[in-house]
Design a binder for this molecule. Structure first.
Ligand SMILES: [Zn+2]
Length: 181
């Protein structure tokens, strides 16, 4: 029995394993040679990042699980990453109602690291975090820096930090809504 490559719109034979869960080798998707190369390129793109961050990102719906988006190159992959990060998925009114609770939030070490990467104080209002992120994206976007890889790396870190905080804030706000609704 032959398997078809699991990559979007690819009908080649899938005979190379690509991990789905990094720490669990039992779970993998089968890809053709070209796409396993592509997969490895994107995987290595996050070299130097904390494994959990990379894994959570790859697992999230921002990556290839979204059938409308294809990742033909790591550039494209990265573009989708920060375009998604730029999208404001928060209900702003809900967020404003919960500013009072921000001081009660506890942030874990990953959050604290993310605040540090963005160069902002821990527990800053979401609005301010967004402003800072947009400023940093403009500053470090490769298009603004003649494709300088150094800035691209910086923007990658910033985007992952921002995504980390976005998930944290969403979780905290959802939790506090339950008690104040
Ligand atoms: Zn393929």
């Amino acid at each position: 029995m032959k398997n078809i490559c699991d990559w979007n719109n690819c009908f080649e034979i899938g005979e190379y394993k690509a991990p789905i869960e990094k720490d669990n080798s039992k779970n993998f998707r089968l890809l053709c040679l070209n796409h396993v190369r592509e997969f490895n390129k994107n995987w290595n793109y996050f070299a130097g990042m904390n494994d959990e961050q990379v894994y959570n990102f790859l697992k999230s719906d921002m990556t290839w699980h979204k059938s409308t988006q294809s990742f033909s190159s790591s550039d494209n992959f990265f573009k989708v990453l920060w375009n998604n990060a730029l999208k404001d998925e928060f209900d702003q009114s809900k967020l404003k109602n919960h500013y009072n609770h921000l001081s009660q939030f506890k942030f874990d070490h990953k959050d604290v690291k993310a605040f540090g990467i963005l160069g902002i104080s821990v527990g800053l209002k979401w609005e301010k975090i967004q402003d800072k992120f947009k400023t940093l994206v403009k500053k470090f976007h490769p298009d603004m820096n003649s494709g300088n890889k150094k800035y691209e790396e910086k923007l990658k870190l910033i985007t992952l930090a921002y995504t980390q905080l976005k998930n944290t804030y969403r979780k905290k706000i959802d939790t506090s809504s339950k008690y104040t609704a």
